[in-house]
Design a protein around this ligand. Sequence first.
Ligand code: F3S
Length: 78
Amino acid sequence: AKFTRVDQSTCIACGACGASAPEIFDYNDEGIAYVILDDNEGCQEVPEDLYDDLEDAMEGCPTESIKVASNAESLMDE
Ligand code: F3S
């Protein structure tokens, strides 16, 4: 399983993640990204058919703000 969360303290609102993975990431009023699936809680499993998009987004983020983990707990600890 994969879970994801945006570290909003380092996101610079570059907008790449939502372009790579529009079903996973969207932006708030300031352009800061969040995970649509679970309102950036990192608690909802990413559907497997979105894994490729997720990887593209993770690799494309210039500030490495997109965190991915195999369990929700490790994301919530960060
Ligand atoms: Fe922010 Fe990275 Fe997305 S800087 S807008 S999380 S690509």
